[in-house]
Design a protein around this ligand. Structure first.
Ligand SMILES: CC(=O)SCCNC(=O)CCNC(=O)[C@H](O)C(C)(C)COP(=O)(O)OP(=O)(O)OC[C@H]1O[C@@H](n2cnc3c(N)ncnc32)[C@H](O)[C@@H]1OP(=O)(O)O
Ligand SMILES: O=CC(=O)O
Ligand SMILES: [Mg+2]
Length: 534
């Protein structure tokens, strides 16, 4: 892998200035982003074009199978991924959340082994959140967060904090406040690049490392793209190759057919796979939205025990352990809110979910809230005992077929009126939160984020498409929910949230992601400030 030759690129910050943004947007950091962009923006275009081609093939009735072209990788018993890097051996409980100062401190001190600092599903990508998030990470690593709120709660990172893994945004998004030669930079290059530039060396010196979660990959070519990014980034900063580690979220149905190939492409930088269940469901609905045999019942009824979801998680554990990699479980959406009884019920549901994952062979799992850390830690603890993971449990008993992964029709039950209303209520309220800069929102006792909101709006599109609900009914319920939201919270952006819903759930063609169009329309704010030639 050669280092990119220096070329002249004009890097421009077009977003408004903010408090201490200059600490992140230094000329050197912008030059680094310019180099990543020069090397990889074109490949991002190819990734998106290939995604479109594949989506069209699936929409036109082609099915999916494990590829013959890559069978040599799957059949070769001779390769394994890199051993776990410092801080990533025992991952029995990982907490996720947006990189904001309070959340960062709470997550780092929560007792979880890993904090996944999320620029993706849990972050609304306003310019302030993106650069503020980078500042939070830098401050947390340099132990500079230390403040006390009016009610006397002190926020300061304590001893033995969680290991940080950063999740950049997916390839479908751009960062329109950073331009190279007048063109927006791919968002993942910004989130990865700024964190890597400022924090990689600091993390290594602190005995940890630059670690990442990679979202929404659709195939092993995208894994190769990330691997090439890691190699170039390490070379540019003089960091030894193989220092970076990344856990890939298997959260698209096409990636589920290429888990082993994805591990292979990233093997020198791999930190295993994660079962990103919510995006997985969204992606499955989206890819097969035109097919009547893929119509799912109410969202609440599609659980991890549905045969097609079990096939996906079983295959993930088997694949990871065959290659010496960690298999990390997904997010149970229940959060401990409301009265005592509701909190206990939420805890019981989460415990059940983690029990099943631990017994299936996962090495750890995610929680969305600090109060859930003990449940996950203890549940995995009772299966792992003194062991840091259970990678040695190879699950050779698991035999998953393509048909098993796609056996959605076995999930019984038509959607109900309550299911329709609930999806509309959740999507609308989530869009309102997202427009106001909040990427994860507690709604009706559940954690809602970009992935779960995508399920809600896609199901409405799918149910309407297949005659399970009419457009008129949806619009009527939508108006009811808008009125209810405006009454609950007069500052809510109900009209804009409604607009996003109509554009993404009721369009003639199903849009790929609500975030792409909504970002352009609602979140981009331009005001030229800084320019750098790289
Ligand atoms: C599909 C997927 O991708 S899942 C991964 C992406 N999603 C996420 O990461 C969601 C993470 N969770 C969250 O963001 C939050 O839990 C929410 C928004 C759902 C609920 O947050 P809140 O309404 O603040 O919950 P609540 O009032 O119970 O919080 C109590 C305390 O716990 C803290 N807290 C809650 N969740 C978290 C978290 N994930 N990380 C750190 N601290 C947290 C709050 O900051 C608060 O502490 P504070 O008073 O010191 O500020
Ligand atoms: O990112 C996680 C998911 O479930 O989606
Ligand atoms: Mg996701």
């Amino acid at each position: 892998m050669s280092v990119a030759s220096p070329t002249t690129h004009h890097v421009e910050v077009s977003g408004p200035p903010g408090d201490r943004f200059e600490k992140i947007l230094t000329p050197e950091a912008l030059e680094f982003i310019g180099r990543l962009d020069a090397a990889f923006a074109g490949r991002r275009d190819s990734v998106l074009a290939e995604r479109r081609r594949r989506a069209l093939r699936l929409a036109s009735g082609c099915s999916l199978d494990f590829s013959i072209a890559t069978s040599a990788v799957r059949d070769d018993p001779g390769w394994r991924v890199a051993p776990p890097a410092p801080g990533l051996t025992d991952r029995r409980v990982e907490i996720t959340g947006p990189p904001q100062p309070r959340m960062a401190v709470n997550a780092l001190n929560s007792g979880a082994r890993v904090w996944m600092a999320d620029f993706e599903d849990a972050t609304s990508p306003t310019w302030e959140n993106i650069i503020g998030g980078q500042l939070t990470l830098l401050d947390a690593i340099e132990r500079r967060i230390d403040f006390t709120t009016e009610n006397g709660k002190r926020y300061r990172v304590a001893g033995n904090p969680a290991t940080i893994m950063v999740r950049p945004r997916g390839w479908h998004l751009t960062e329109d406040h950073l331009l190279v030669d007048g063109r927006p930079v791919p968002a993942p290059l910004v989130d990865f690049g700024l964190y890597f530039f400022h924090c990689a060396q600091r993390q290594i010196e602190a005995g940890s490392g630059p670690y990442f979660y990679l979202p929404k990959l659709e195939n092993h070519y995208e894994a190769k793209l990330w691997n090439d990014i890691f190699v170039l980034a390490q070379d540019l900063l003089g960091i030894p190759r193989g220092t970076v580690r990344a856990t890939v979220l298997i959260e698209t149905v096409t990636a589920a057919f290429e888990m082993e190939e994805i591990l292979y492409e990233l093997r020198d930088h791999s930190a295993g796979l994660n079962a990103g269940r919510w995006d997985y469901l969204f992606n499955l609905i989206k890819n097969f939205a035109h097919r009547p045999d893929f119509v799912l019942p109410d969202r609440a009824k599609v659980t991890m025990t549905a045969p097609f979801m079990r096939a996906y998680t079983e295959l993930l554990v088997r694949t990871c352990h065959k290659r010496g990699a960690h298999a990390i479980g997904g997010m149970a959406a229940q959060i401990p809110s409301g009265d005592q009884a509701s909190r206990e019920a939420a805890l019981a549901r989460v415990r059940l979910d983690k029990e099943r994952e631990a017994e299936d062979g996962f090495d750890g799992s995610w929680v969305a809230h600090p109060a859930l850390v003990p449940a996950c830690r203890d549940t995995f603890g009772s299966v792992l005992g003194e062991r840091p993971h259970q990678i040695e449990r190879t699950r050779e008993d698991v035999a998953v077929t393509a048909a098993g992964l796609l056996a959605v029709r076995r999930t019984a039950g038509p959607p109900t009126q309550e299911g329709v209303r609930s999806n509309i209520a959740v999507a609308l309220r989530y869009f309102d939160g997202w427009l106001r800069g909040q990427g994860a929102v507690a709604l009706y006792g559940l954690m809602e984020d970009a992935a779960t909101a995508e399920i809600a709006r896609c199901q409405i599109w799918q149910w309407q498409q297949h005659g399970a609900v009419s457009r008129e009914t949806v619009l009527g319920l939508l108006d009811d929910e808008c009125a209810a939201l405006a009454k609950e919270d007069p500052s809510a952006l109900s009209a804009e949230a409604r607009d996003i819903f109509v554009r993404t759930a009721l369009a003639r063609e199903l849009p790929g992601f609500f975030t792409v169009d909504a970002y352009e329309r609602h979140l981009v704010r331009r005001s030229n400030t800084t320019e750098v030639d790289s």
